[in-house]
Design a protein around this ligand. Structure first.
Ligand code: NCD
Length: 304
């Protein structure tokens, strides 16, 4: 039976560990001079993106190509979606062209869950509204393990627009399953009411969330998903909630700084910390290719 990756909510700790360990092998391919392995030879990967993307879409495309798959992209503008075709009709159309993996990004939470049961291809959720972005959290966790050696007992502070972030939800599922302690910080207006029920600590003050953290992760202000008036102005946001050098000093001396990108410089993070020695933001991008190779290989060839 075909398998899908819709969210980290659905995976066990062991499944997550298996993917991460396979990703370590795939990273060697990404860093090698000869980036071509035969694992997806003859298979077809289609990226169906209804929202903007630079790194996630390119990362899936390169991951597919490094594994010798046929890779194709389609975005909502320029497709029949713009002519009024439904999501299910679009997905079924791509399915019957011989697609083996459909990578999907959609602004509606739950969109890939709707598609997965009705098509033959494996569906990978590349971000659904404010719900989940499982491969992003897998690459984040992979990066934490590379630097810290383990997740159990790690203190991870996630700062910013918690309400509208699918990255944070996937990270909370993954990190808590693996035994990390997650603290959230940001404006009360961008903090969902019941988020503490997910097993995390909630602070309306960024400083307290960051104290003694091993990992500090900034999140982008998701203006495209926000109603007006959730914070006074971008400049004031940085003053009260942005991560700069003085706030980052509250974390452990060997803490790492992460962000899923794209970063608004000087809004969520200061330029000095983005380009500073604690930042692993560019490593996250490289690791994203390795993690996506691992996921696609395991969905098609077993081990998922
Ligand atoms: C994230 C997303 O799309 O949710 N970006 C990404 O995939 N690297 C985060 C964001 O857009 O802020």
């Amino acid at each position: 039976m075909k398998q899908d990756l819709l969210g980290l909510k659905d995976l066990s700790a062991q499944q997550i560990k298996n993917i991460l360990s396979h990703a370590a092998d795939m990273k060697k391919v990404v860093l090698s001079d000869s980036k071509k392995i035969p694992n997806l030879q003859g298979k077809t990967v289609v990226n169906l993106f209804y929202e903007n993307s630079t790194r996630t879409r390119m990362s899936f495309e390169l991951a597919a190509k490094y594994m010798s798959a046929n890779a194709a992209n389609i975005s909502s503008s320029g497709s029949s979606v713009a002519k009024g075709e439904t999501l299910i009709d679009t997905a079924e159309t791509l399915d019957v062209m011989g697609t083996d993996i459909l990578v999907m990004r959609h602004n509606m939470s739950g969109a890939p869950h709707l598609i997965a049961p009705v098509i033959k291809a494996s569906v990978i959720n590349a971000g659904d509204g404010m719900n989940e972005h499982p491969t992003q959290a897998l690459l984040d966790i992979f990066t934490m393990i590379e630097h810290k050696g383990h997740i159990e007992g790690l203190k991870v502070a996630i700062i910013g627009d918690i309400s509208h972030s699918r990255v944070v939800r996937s990270n909370i599922h993954g990190l808590t399953k693996l035994g990390a302690e997650v603290s959230l910080g940001g404006p009360a207006t961008l903090m969902p009411k019941d988020i503490d029920k997910m097993g995390v600590k909630v602070f309306n003050n960024v400083q307290e969330a960051i104290i003694d953290a091993d990992v500090v992760m900034g999140l982008r202000i998701q203006l495209e998903r926000q109603k007006k008036g959730l914070f006074p102005s971008v400049r004031e946001y940085f003053r009260f909630f942005g991560v700069d050098e003085s706030r980052l000093r509250l974390a452990k001396p060997d803490a790492i700084l992460m962000h899923p990108g794209p970063v608004n410089r000087g809004v969520e993070l200061s330029t000095s910390v983005i380009d500073g020695d604690k930042s692993v933001i560019t490593e996250q991008v490289t690791n994203g290719v390795a993690v996506r190779m691992a996921v696609m290989d395991m969905l098609i060839n077993g081990g998922f």
